[in-house]
Design a protein around this ligand. Structure first.
Ligand SMILES: Cc1ncc(COP(=O)(O)O)c(C=O)c1O
Length: 396
């Protein structure tokens, strides 16, 4: 029954899932405390207390119509609160009209691609990338074009980007803070990118939409700032979710924010609302829209993640790993100690360390550690990392 195309796609699998499943097997076999599973970006910490309190209050309240269908864009009052908060943060006066509530960032990306892509249109993504992008673009008939970042900084290589823009380029997708590197793209880089896009749009008489996938925008360390995409790119949309900032990934709640200055804004907004419906999402989860409306100022305790980042980063550097220090998100992306990152990750299994090879993110020679993992596992994993490092370094 399953289509040929899907069978091929399913057989190529996902490194992240494969490692997670390996972890499940090993936990059963060795015991959970002997396995150091850094494979999945699934927040281990609980949502802020204010979020749980609001949820309880709502469930116990007599508020009518809490569980009904609503406008496919979502509740107007919730959308207004999100628009006001973006306006306050960026100075860009968007209104509830520009916000569409979605089933997480993943749902939002599918809605955006369904809305904008004609068959064969190209979407540029940057490596290393979140691997699901390929599926989301392919789901709607698009073609993914991969443009590299610089290896020493993981900032965008603008010369390569310029070469990769063609008359078929419909969108450029950026993700900052980045999964898997934790890097925040520099404002100066993004401003130069805006100039390149403007030049190319003129050259080809096209419009290129910048899609900024920002589920980690609230998880930022050391007072770093995520540059405002709406200010830099007139033709842009933000895709965001509360999966990471409020540790609610299972609740599937997020939104799309459309820039006021996007070309044919009304038509794009209508298309997005329509696609939210016809993709079968219909609307974002009702109860959690209401929760978000009340808890926009909440966020998880960023210090918990910061301590883990610092602890892991300092220990890995001491052991001889090299790594760009992440500025946000909850991932480290160090260089593999042997050239072949897949062989390295397989070797790590000998020490019950579950890591994801950089090849899975379009960046061989590296590996990803997700530190959305409890503190005890992180501390107990250090001897395993030390043994792995020693084995690799003595072989070199
Ligand atoms: C870069 C990136 N984009 C999108 C998503 C999807 O997030 P959501 O749970 O909001 O759908 C993830 C999830 O890990 C991610 O890392």
């Amino acid at each position: 029954m399953v289509s040929e195309k899907l069978l091929t796609k399913m057989s190529s699998g996902s490194w992240i899932r494969a490692m997670f499943e390996e972890g499940e097997r090993r936990r059963k076999h060795f015991g959970a405390d002997k396995v150091f599973d850094f494979s999945l970006g699934n927040p281990d910490i609980e949502p802020p207390k204010g979020v749980i309190r609001t949820l309880r209050n709502l469930v116990n309240s007599d508020e009518p119509n809490l569980h009904k269908y609503m406008n496919n864009a979502g509740y107007p009052d919730v959308r207004k609160k999100i628009a006001d908060s973006i306006h306050k943060d960026t100075g860009i006066p968007i209104t509830e009209k520009h916000i569409i509530m979605t089933c997480g960032a993943a749902g939002a990306l599918n809605v955006v691609f369904k809305t904008i892509l004609n068959p064969g249109d190209e979407v540029i993504i940057f490596s290393p990338f979140f691997p699901e992008y390929f599926s989301y673009i392919d789901n709607h008939g698009g073609r993914t074009v991969v443009s590299p970042c610089y290896e020493n900084s993981f900032d965008i290589n603008l010369q390569e980007l310029e070469k990769n823009i063609t008359p078929a380029t419909k969108a450029v997708l950026i993700n900052s803070p980045n999964n898997p590197t934790g890097v925040i793209f520099k404002e100066s880089t993004l401003l130069q990118m805006a100039e390149i896009l403007e030049r190319k749009e003129k050259e080809y008489s096209t419009k290129i939409l910048v899609i900024s996938d920002e589920p980690y925008a609230q998880l930022v360390y050391d007072n770093n700032i995520v540059p405002s995409i709406l200010k830099i790119f007139p033709n842009s949309v933000i895709v965001n979710s509360f999966s990471k900032s409020l540790a609610l990934p299972g609740e599937r709640i997020g939104y799309i924010a459309v820039n006021k200055t996007v070309s044919n804004a009304d038509s794009l907004i209508n298309g997005l609302i329509y696609c939210n419906r016809i993709l079968g999402f219909v609307n974002a989860p009702s109860l959690f829209q209401k929760v978000i409306g009340e808890t926009l100022d909440e966020k998880v305790d960023i210090n918990v993640y910061k301590q883990r980042r610092d602890f892991l980063y300092e220990n890995l550097i001491r052991m001889g790993f090299s790594c760009v220090k992440p500025q946000g998100a909850f991932y480290l992306f160090p260089k593999s100690l042997i050239k072949d990152d897949v062989a390295f990750v397989n070797l790590a299994l000998k020490y019950n360390l579950l890591l994801v090879p950089g090849s899975g993110f379009g960046c061989p020679g590296y590996f990803r550690i997700s530190y959305a993992v409890d503190q005890k596992t992180i501390i107990n994993s250090i001897p395993a990392f030390e043994a792995l490092a020693e084995e690799c370094l003595t072989k070199r």
